[in-house]
Write a protein that binds this ligand. Sequence first.
Ligand code: HAM
Length: 420
Amino acid sequence: MPRFQRPTGTVDVLPEEQPYWHYIRDRARHLAELAGFERLDTPIFEATEVFARGVGAGTDIVDKEMYSFEDKGGHRITLRPEFTAGFIRAYLENGMHVRPQPVKLYTFGPLFRYERPQAGRYRQHTQFNVEIIGEQDPMADLEVMLLAWDVYADLGFRDLAFQLNSTGCPHCKPGYIAELKAYYSHYQAQICDDCRRRLERAPLRVLDCKAEGCQPIIANAPHITDHLCTECADHFATLLEYLDLLGRRYTLNHRLVRGLDYYTKTVFEVWAAGIGAQSAVCGGGRYDGLAELLGGPPTPGVGFGSGLERIIMVMKELGIEVPPLAHPQVFLAHLGPAAQREALRLTDRLRQADIGVWTAFGERGLRSQLREAGKRNTRYVLILGENELQAGVVTVRDMEAGEQSKVPLPELVAWLTARV
Ligand code: HAM
């Protein structure tokens, strides 16, 4: 038989890694709910059209990275590569526009992109995703940014700063794109092949190019923030004022364009050292036209996604530790068939009383069971043998204090409850 391996670009999250996952989800959920966000879970797969229209044909995600297939009913299905388009689909489908607006939503879950795997970039990754749908006030942009910041600060990140830009709206973006193309027309010979293609399909992405030869051209390219219409410029100025007011640092980055087509106005990322070339620990922005792209009425929205794998990489890089997960503090050893049956009853009673217990399997000698107890790292070892059964007691070893005592069986739950 072949030995199977996990698919390229995926990870097994082993038990020893779980404390990070548990802790991050717990803190993020807590902070999101403090700010009035409610949880929404959508399916892991959607109709392919949701992403083709929402994220946009011409983006890497849609053109190269989607896990798409035809199901047995002949429907085109895609494993979600991101949350936002599915959230808007759910908002429209469930009539969430009749609730008090805006709705503030968050979730956690796996996403799928057929990417070239490297440190911090996987084919299945997990995001903490946050959206405010139905509000155009720049305060909504601020609120999602605050939540991202507060989560990272709470986890112990240092030197936080946003990368920030505005990508305009359907009124001002086309004018800027024309300007950008005109500027690039002077450099057709110097730019890389990718940029030549980008100018056709996704012109803003030329600003994101990593090729060395393109850098001086990008450095002198026109800035979109100089071409915003009054509404977009006001929106951006107000957001900057709010960020200043609350002391959240940002760097204006005219090259920040993001890889999804739905963005309007604000776009932002948070970068962190120590996670390799893929340095964005979160990315987001405003998407006021997305609902219409998906057949709904005009509905503004803003949000972000943050990769949990990347958050964990940063935490490890910074030496941030998390509390261990609870595990049983009691090991139950038993000797002989009658004691084993009593041990089963006792296990049941202890767990009903909310006391975690690891009960030895099989019939083994005391030494072997005590060795196992040592490895399981429990504070108390209970020993139940013929003698104990006859006397109606349990021998209890406190491994930390190095003490041993006999506790009457009927008193055991109370005895342990007082201690674990
Ligand atoms: P995104 O920038 O594609 O945006 O992804 C958001 C975050 O997810 C990234 O900053 C990164 O932390 C993580 N991430 C993305 N791809 C991978 C990968 N292949 N491996 C590991 N981590 C990854 C979006 O997905 C938008 N839907 C965010 C958003 C929400 N915009 C508005 N609302």
